[in-house]
Design a binder for this molecule. Structure first.
Ligand code: CP3
Length: 345
């Protein structure tokens, strides 16, 4: 086992609180734009080993972190499934929306052959990174990928996706089953290449009609983890059912994740009372608290989180990705508060 705080925390040891940040590699570090300039097409950027490696390293140059997350995007799976994924500046990702009942998408294809640069970058990174830094591989959860693929873009309410779920349910189930296999394949590839930990982003889990939450958030995650374990992949899995409210209780018991990432809306005292005590917890500082300069509540807030979580296996993180306007000094301050806290307990 790797000698790092995150691996220890996830492998059942109570250790000092580790820290990393969702979207730590992105746009809040001005130097990212220098790297980004080298390839304006974001898909090509995510397929360029040199740029993947530089971006993954970037936050480690600025911060004393316990993990690096490999630079990629959840939409590389739809791209590898031949959807014409594009990233448009100031708009976000788009692709041709899928027509419900379209069967071509359900054909058995291998996505990993199109993601070789990701695999090679992970192998290189794991060899170069010190053992004290865990390397995280990731994928989007099937529901969240289906949302983008059916809607063709981000959305406030993903009405087309929910309509497809009700009107073409058999097809929708097959689409999710197809995505389960692709997600498992991609996670397996990353673990075999050297990723120590795997994370599943279910960023739109709060769009699942409640009576389907078990099927599409919990059971699909459990199926992915079952596939991984049956293929002898035992890397711990962190699940992130974003904004899923009280449904995270059942998710924590039945999705088979080793750790649940909590978003910034979750009340921590409530969470530790109600969710599965056998799994670790990651979260849940509001990333917006890292935007104002000299935010006088920041320190108090970080200490409150550490105090509430002190008897649980816990990874400090934000409750959603860092935003482009987040301040580097604030991130540094949070890390130093955590390191000092660790020294004093
Ligand atoms: O630390 C990191 O940033 C690691 C790499 C990473 C990216 N995307 C890079 C990226 C990770 C882990 C993701 C995950 C991701 N991508 C999610 C799940 C997390 C979440 O925020 O809920 C989602 C929903 C996406 C889809 C996506 N990719 C969107 C909506 C956008 C555009 C808007 C935005 O948030 O940036 C992207 C593009 C993207 N992915 C960028 C980066 C750094 C910006 C692209 C650019 O540089 O132009």
């Amino acid at each position: 086992m790797l000698d790092n705080l995150i691996s220890k925390t996830l492998n059942n040891e109570k250790s000092n609180t580790p820290v990393w940040f969702l979207r730590q590699a992105g746009r809040h570090i001005p130097e990212y734009f220098e790297i980004r300039k080298e390839e304006t097409n974001f898909i090509n950027f995510c397929l360029n080993e040199d740029l993947i490696i530089k971006s993954t390293y970037l936050p480690l140059k600025y911060y004393d972190l316990d993990a690096a997350i490999v630079f990629s995007d959840i939409l590389m799976i739809p791209w590898a499934m031949k959807r014409n994924v594009k990233f448009t500046k100031n708009f976000g990702p788009t692709m041709d929306p899928m027509i419900p009942n379209e069967t071509k998408i359900l054909e058995n294809i291998s996505i990993n052959s199109k993601l070789e640069p990701l695999k090679n970058s992970i192998s290189y990174l794991r060899k170069k990174l010190p053992n004290s830094i865990a390397l995280i591989g990731f994928a989007g959860a099937p529901w969240t990928l289906a949302c983008y693929m059916i809607e063709g873009k981000g959305s406030k309410d993903f009405i087309e996706t929910r309509k497809a779920l009700w009107s073409s349910h058999n097809w929708f189930m097959k689409l999710i089953d197809t995505l389960i296999v692709h997600v498992a394949d991609k996670l397996e590839m990353q673990a075999k290449a050297g990723a120590d930990i795997l994370m599943l982003f279910d960023s739109w889990s709060h769009m699942i009609p409640n009576n389907f939450f078990y099927e599409y958030a919990i059971k699909s995650t459990a199926k992915i983890i079952d596939i991984l374990r049956s293929r002898n992949i035992f890397a711990p899995v962190i699940g992130f059912p974003f904004k899923a409210g009280a449904s995270i209780i059942r998710y924590s018991f039945e999705s088979k994740v080793d750790c649940i990432a909590l978003d910034w809306s979750v009340d921590l005292p409530w969470a530790i009372m109600n969710i599965n005590k056998d799994i670790a917890i990651q979260g849940n500082l509001d990333p917006a608290s890292l935007i104002p300069s000299r935010n006088k509540y920041l320190r108090e807030n970080v200490l409150t989180i550490l105090d509430i979580m002190k008897d649980r296996r816990f990874i400090f993180n934000v409750g959603h990705g860092l935003t482009p306007d987040c301040k580097i000094e604030n991130v540094k301050e949070v890390i130093s508060i955590i390191r000092n806290y660790n020294r004093n307990i």
